[in-house]
Design a protein around this ligand. Sequence first.
Ligand code: GDP
Ligand code: IMO
Ligand code: MG
Length: 422
Amino acid sequence: MPVDAILGLQWGDEGKGKIVDYLADQYHAVCRFQGGPNAGHTLWIQGKKIVLHTLPSGIFRSNTLNLIGNGVVIDPITLSKEIDTVHSDIPDLIDRLFISRKAHLILPTHRWIDLASEHAKGKQKIGSTLRGIGPCYMDKTGRNGLRIGDINQNSFRSDYFALKEKHLQFLKQFPQADFNIEEEEQKWFDSIEKINQLQSINAEYWLNSMLVKNASVLAEGAQGTMLDVDFGTYPYVTSSNTIAAGICTGLGIAPNKIRKVIGIAKAYCTRVGSGPFPSELLDETGEKLRKEGNEFGSTTGRPRRCGWLDLVQLRYSVMINGVTDLCITKIDVLNHFEEIKMVNGYVLNNNEQTNELPFHLETIKHVTTTPLKGWQQELSNITDKEHLPSEVKSFLNSIQTNTTIPVSILSTGPGRDELMIF
Ligand code: GDP
Ligand code: IMO
Ligand code: MG
């Protein structure tokens, strides 16, 4: 059976974790294919909030296997903490969790470099989560990295110290940044011992043989399309391919194995960290979106910037990912707005109008919007499409018409079952 995917279409935090957790019991395996502990995927399990950073969001489904793919970068400290946090709720976690031997390791010095280089950037800082993501992917593509499969090699410790030494030399170019390397290194080696107990495998063989046996697989994206290193708002992006193409390189499967690409977008937009954000609202409407949507980062707690849904941006993401189905989340956050807007075009600094993303989003002078009437009522008691207020139907119709993609999932609250499948 082919692979389906869940991917973020905006700047991350679209609600991927919740939807993956909901759908996971329909799949034999859930696989993370890129990113690392910069991700924060929130699940609500029996009234308890759980934020996953490296573990796939299928772990709470007892019949589902979970894979951390080769495209993911792993911080052993975060991963072992995460496993400790959920272990009492999932006694068989270790039996259902697999890690690709080809996944790269985040070293303490990767986090140190992240910190020092962000500080040095001053006003131009990316707003990184400082989890060492960029420096780790740099070592991967620079062919210096250490991988899960290296842990049991005799040279592992000496390779670690050689790479650390390179990092210390590199760090000399930056002003000093506070980092307790001895303490972090001790924690790192302790955590390496722990994650070495996990099942590390040649995941590309494992996954492809599952597909041959007709298993169904769900690929779980992290971040979002606008944070993709190639197609996002570069340089204000993360360091991996967050888009559908990243599934193939991040798991070792061929493009013709991918069937459904479920693209997730919030009913409005958010962004955490720096960089252009055309539909951002710096007024009380933006403030209201942040308050109603509780828009604070799952990984860093930072307030998220908020703005209206941007159809130009959404169409771009649909195109880049080959989205087959849309999932709109957090529709309930708009319950108490008299008027809701959608961005339908951009006016550039040279007064040219466009409905394409320009090379530099900073060249957008202002956005143009379409107003829609709000529904001003709760949606929590509605369980099917027919009973949705006509204003919600119009809102969804506008998205479908503009993207030509059907909305097949509508999320109406953070809880696992607060959603409608159309
Ligand atoms: P992810 O990174 O894409 O998994 O998203 P995050 O977990 O970082 O952020 C999404 C936030 O919205 C979390 O706090 C979720 O619990 C919450 N959430 C998800 N879906 C909905 C929804 O439909 N309505 C509301 N109100 N909250 C939601
Ligand atoms: P999930 O999977 C939202 C943002 C950071 C920063 C930029 C680069 O939860 O949707 P990095 O740490 O990768 O060097 O940061 O990307 N960012 C995210 N924003 N959700 C995420 O993940 C993010 N992961 C990274 O805020 O602007
Ligand atoms: Mg998140």
